[in-house]
Design a protein around this ligand. Structure first.
Ligand code: GLN
Length: 255
């Protein structure tokens, strides 16, 4: 299943995050170490979202429905693009789900960037009752007919209706886990200043240095500073502080 990462800290090139580490996201696209629930490589697309300049504006995205290693443009872009806040993902499409640019994370609106690593079990029937609570317009304008795009619509609806990001992610995970038991729901949401990430069915590691934080499905090097986040938890991180707390209610075991 997909691999994703989020970085907050002093500006770095995208290449420093995506290409240069020994177990970089690009390497994880063809040689991931910890795939669960089906899939062996992450070749069905990729996406990068970054906040340009001083990080005050809306993020820029580049998404493609092809393996990240086969796109010469991302390598060139990554070498010259610097940012203080980045989300990136490589995708292994769940069987039966569309392979399109729009199905690759990060999903976005305004300052928000969102990614999902996992699968909604019983898709789509299991989550029809949750989808029914969304405005029809949101359903008609999903980026793709995938579980991840619907999860983004659910999180976004909570944000639009006043939830804070920790609540929006936490409650979406617990609602979907209840409606679709056995789902894998590692979500990642940022506004460029703070990241909220759930650990529910997949691995997630965090590396803090003074003034920066990096969250990633797999550590990208053997730095002893990487910490694995326990299952059933939420990470709330800024460049200066990382907090880990239990999800609002226990999530059923992933299948
Ligand atoms: N199920 C999602 C999709 O197909 C995410 C896949 C993943 O984590 N591999 O897009």
């Amino acid at each position: 299943m997909c691999r994703h990462l989020a970085y907050l800290g002093p500006p770095v090139t995208l290449a420093e995050l995506l290409f240069e580490p020994p177990h970089s996201l690009v390497r994880q696209s063809w040689a991931p170490r910890d795939m669960r629930g089906g899939g062996t490589i992450n070749a069905d697309g990729f996406g990068v979202g970054w906040y340009p300049g001083e990080g005050e504006g809306e993020p820029v995205r580049y998404r493609r429905a092809q393996p990240i290693w086969s796109d010469p443009t991302i390598a060139q872009l990554a070498a010259v693009t610097r940012s203080a806040a980045v989300v990136a993902a490589v995708r292994s499409a769940t069987v039966g789900m569309a392979v399109l640019d729009g199905a690759a994370a990060p999903f976005a609106e305004g300052r928000w960037l969102f990614s999902h690593n996992g699968v909604v079990r019983g898709w789509p029937d299991a989550v029809v009752p949750l989808a029914a609570g969304l405005p029809v317009r949101d359903l008609l304008t999903l980026d793709a007919t995938t579980d991840s795009a619907l999860l983004w619509a659910l999180v976004r609806h909570r944000l639009r209706t006043g939830a804070d990001p920790v609540e929006a992610v936490g409650r979406t995970v617990t609602d979907v886990a209840a409606a679709a038991p056995g789902s894998r729901l590692n979500l990642l949401l940022t506004d460029g200043h703070r990241v909220v990430a759930s650990v529910a069915g997949h691995a997630l590691s965090v590396r803090e240095t003074p003034g920066s934080v990096l969250l990633a499905s797999e550590p990208h090097d053997d730095d002893p500073g990487w910490r694995s986040v326990p299952e059933g938890h939420l990470v709330v991180a800024t460049a200066g502080e990382v907090r880990v707390r239990p999800l609002p209610t226990p999530v059923s075991r992933a299948g």
